[in-house]
Design a protein around this ligand. Sequence first.
Ligand SMILES: *[C@@H]1O[C@H](CO)[C@@H](O)[C@H](O)[C@H]1NC(C)=O
Ligand SMILES: *[C@@H]1O[C@H](CO)[C@@H](O)[C@H](O)[C@H]1NC(C)=O
Ligand SMILES: *[C@@H]1O[C@H](CO)[C@@H](O)[C@H](O)[C@H]1NC(C)=O
Ligand SMILES: *[C@@H]1O[C@H](CO)[C@@H](O)[C@H](O)[C@H]1NC(C)=O
Ligand SMILES: *[C@@H]1O[C@H](CO)[C@@H](O)[C@H](O)[C@H]1NC(C)=O
Ligand SMILES: *[C@@H]1O[C@H](CO)[C@@H](O)[C@H](O)[C@H]1NC(C)=O
Length: 932
Amino acid sequence: MVSFTQFCILYFYFIASVVSQVSEFISIDCGSTSNYTDPSTGLSWSSDMDIMKHGRQVKVENPNGNSMQFRTRRDFPSDNKKYCYNLSTKERRRYLVRATFQYGSPANVDAYPKFEIYLDATQWATVTIQDGSRKYVNEMIIRAPSDSIDVCICCATTGFPFISTLELRPLNLSMYATDYEGDFFLNVAARVNFGALTKDLVRYPDDPYDRFWESDLDRRQNFLVGVAPGTARISTSKNVDIRTREYPPVKVMQTAVVGTEGELSYRLNLEGFPANARAYAYFAEIEDLAPNETRKFQLREPYIPDYSNAVVNIAENANGSYTLYEPSYMNVTLDFVLSFTFSKTNDSTEGPLLNAMEISKYQQIAAKTERQDVTALNAIRNMSAESVWVNEGGDPCVPTHWEWVNCSPTPPPRITKIALSGRNLKGQIPSEINHMEELTELWLDFNSLTGPLPDMSNLINLEILHLENNKLSGSLPLYLGRLPNLQALYIQNNSFSGEIPAALLSKKISFNYEGNPGLHNEAQRKLRFKLILGASIGVLAVLLILFLGSLILLRNFRRKMSHQKCDENGNSTQPGTKQSTACSIARGGHLLDEGVAYCISLSDLEEATNNFTKKIGKGSFGSVYYGKMKDGKEVAVKTMADSSSHLNKQFVTEVALLSRIHHRNLVPLIGYCEEAHQRILVYEYMHNGTLRDHIHGSVNQKPLDWLARLKIAEDAAKGLEYLHTGCNPSIIHRDVKTSNILLDINMRAKVSDFGLSRQAEEDLTHVSSVARGTVGYLDPEYYASQQLTEKSDVYSFGVVLLELISGKKPVSVEDFGPELNIVHWARSLIRKGDVISIVDPFLVGNVKIESIWRIAEVAIQCVEQHGYSRPKMQEIILAIQDAMKIEKGDEGNAKLACGSSRGQSSRKTLLASFLEIESPDLSNGSLVPSAR
Ligand SMILES: *[C@@H]1O[C@H](CO)[C@@H](O)[C@H](O)[C@H]1NC(C)=O
Ligand SMILES: *[C@@H]1O[C@H](CO)[C@@H](O)[C@H](O)[C@H]1NC(C)=O
Ligand SMILES: *[C@@H]1O[C@H](CO)[C@@H](O)[C@H](O)[C@H]1NC(C)=O
Ligand SMILES: *[C@@H]1O[C@H](CO)[C@@H](O)[C@H](O)[C@H]1NC(C)=O
Ligand SMILES: *[C@@H]1O[C@H](CO)[C@@H](O)[C@H](O)[C@H]1NC(C)=O
Ligand SMILES: *[C@@H]1O[C@H](CO)[C@@H](O)[C@H](O)[C@H]1NC(C)=O
């Protein structure tokens, strides 16, 4: 029994809580033209005129009942956009969000609307209007994920989407807490007041939290059927203590149904089920039972047997009458049709009793667009005063994306494209844009953007950047040249100034920078300078250029001729055979259309190589044969060991890639053949063989002098530098060695055997994981970590430089003993300052020691243990050019034997910092090269 004082305390507490709760209610009467207080509830309703710029206010025809909120509604266009109300919340506080829809009953309706509502990115419900006079209610219980939520209306399949009211009701702190609330909202499926006195729903002020408790008499709304015979309705006017957890209204608890014949049964439809649900039953004994009377019953729900055994004894469970007992199933799987029966136990004198129940579906919270993307988009929206696109509400990507962005399909959505060409944007590009890592396209052209470009170096996926026709200024940042996926950069007609980063110019991208008077192209300027110089040299140069030009033209012409021949061959001989398709597919496949490499038929190659008779070497993949094409061109025909045919496409791709790589210091690929399980690459023939042959003496001619070696080193280094920095993606050679540096008829060096690295890797991976490369040249860091970088090539090139200095092979038991290789040997001597001991005896006396030192120094840096300590190819080229300058220097300068003092002092400065050695005295003339 509740005493009078207890009752008073309860009463005052109740009033206090009501007051505090209601001041935070948000009640929006959509489509209404004025704010008002509803006399039936005392709640203040506000019009949505100020917060919703879209759609139109519509007067509802023949509204049902006299509720003021349903005299108007707001209709939205039936398009592919979403229309969102933004409600402010307190993060992590629980709320009840309610949207209602009453269409009204116009004289003639073609089709009632059907559309979707979303709460943030989470699909809330499909609103299907079937009866214009009915009020459709959707309630969601949420723990606010942030400081505002969006309720969006969209995706109409029939009619115009609309909304009548939108309400936000804060709940008490622990109400409706679940273990899953971080990932799930509670989508209310049923909240039924049993034994209700009228058909009206119970809400505020009876429920301080303004939940809708539907009357069980309102069958149409609850679909309550299958009521057991003997079901009686009871009620009391005594207070019921509801202070348990969910605080149902006292008014709801004051009524109940009882099964006077021992059973209560109901069947109700659950919209959106089957699903996992949270189910609550509210029990309070509201009959005054005599001491010899008991009420005990069990749930009979055939589909959830686990729960059927518990015996409900309300008075015992609640510790007395007129007190709430609310057992719950926090996670139960329910079907669309819920049938349940309460049956009294055998030892109970009274039948079962039920005051209320509540069932909510766990609705998985869908991921919103990544926050940093939204922040950046908001910063961009602030740059415009326009209203339409700027005010598109809700999440940028879900349920439908903003008209000016594209999104990635997998959650959480990321922005992939921003299209704001000519949208009157003003000011600086916001720095927040650098956090949109998934952005691939950015169109901000034809606006009034000012200021410098912000840092966008994180936008590694950026492919297309349009900034033309703005007022942007400042220099072009270096990162632009490093964006790995950039394909198009348009910055024309701005006020950029300074130098264009070299990396941008060397990249193969669409790049337009016209109309920036302050911007200059250093490479072009140099070119212009050279042209002027050329003019002054005179007609000779012009003639030379003409001559070279005609040579190239002739070559191209010949190439085209033979190329056509291949096509004709392929198409005319035995059409439909593998032979003919091999060539025509590759031709038609667009892979090779911009390259010069062309398909050569096997028969042509057999003819050119005299049936593969003259073997001139062995490449890393197979034998190499000499050949002479019909047009007289000498070629090196590289066969590749037979490998599985599923890699065919990859081979063609590789060839297409290779054929696009053109550099004076790379052996050009002329053509390829892929027939009858043969894969053949045809390269230009290099008359002077490999560098290896020249320095290790297998060629019967006098060894190369130092300057010739430097020239070869420079050429090879340039070829490698191009592979590392001029190609996109950059190419790591992986097998730099003297036998892969070839010499043409003019003794110019070209690097060969590059670009098939990936292919080789694919071929090898299933066999072993041994690093590719050649003993003696292999980067130990790569060998240990399997992490391949350009610096592995640098290591190998360092070994090549040591070979050039010493004339020794990288691995030689005879020279270095079994433990050592050229790197160990040279490093220990150079560290001691004894460079003379490593110099090739042939060079001694014909070379300037300082020039040797310059190369020795960079070679030792190249073979540093860690890749990051090694120089870049560019720095190596500079060192080689230095050495050449020194070597060519004053004709009468002292040669090695004399050990010039200039050499010494400059060597000290060059080496002191990184070798920290004391240089030996070279001037006493006693230094003799060590014997070989
Ligand atoms: C909320 O519930 C707690 C008990 O869980 C109670 O102490 C508190 O007074 C309630 N507050 C309101 C505003 O209802
Ligand atoms: C209605 O009330 C809101 C605040 O709730 C206010 O911002 C708005 O101006 C009012 N509108 C009218 C038409 O009075
Ligand atoms: C919603 O309102 C909050 C403040 O209440 C604001 O911070 C947020 O940017 C708004 N969201 C949208 C999408 O307009
Ligand atoms: C409920 O239980 C089911 C299976 O018993 C489980 O898969 C699910 O994650 C649980 N929670 C929710 C919120 O559905
Ligand atoms: C309980 O006792 C009353 C008399 O006190 C009696 O009339 C009634 O029949 C009893 N009811 C039951 C179920 O035994
Ligand atoms: C049950 O109620 C009685 C008085 O009504 C009280 O003395 C007792 O402490 C309560 N027991 C529990 C467990 O709340």
